[in-house]
Design a protein around this ligand. Sequence first.
Ligand code: 5GP
Length: 132
Amino acid sequence: MATIFTKIINGEIPCYKIAENDSHIAFLDINPIAEGHTLVVPKKEIDYIFDLPDELLADTMLFAKKVAAGIDKALNPIRTGVIVEGLEVPHAHIHLVPIYKESQEVSLKRKVDVSENRMKELAKLISKAVEI
Ligand code: 5GP
């Protein structure tokens, strides 16, 4: 069965899209741990990130780098952190988490409330700043 991320890639379920090319997509995490928390997903459906072929793994990180540059430009965090866990959705992905202050707890267990309007606004701001 297709993963939830494949359904997003296929346009079967909506997302707050940040960027896309032939092989990758980035969209806001629906349960963010910080404003602008973004997921970078290779379109090829492979569960474990370290099972990606070398070239695709490298391309995924390079795509993430461009998206992170857009987050940094649009939202001006101290920096954008990276988390790879993959325990919930069996489709390899990288979490990009803007860090706004040194005391910010960067953990996938600490969700923050972000309104739908703000999610739309964040997606617009970041996607405008990303150069793929
Ligand atoms: P992980 O698999 O790395 O533990 O986390 C999966 C992430 O995907 C979670 O942070 C979760 O909030 C996010 N997620 C799960 N379902 C959806 C969805 O339908 N849309 C979006 N945008 N994010 C999702």
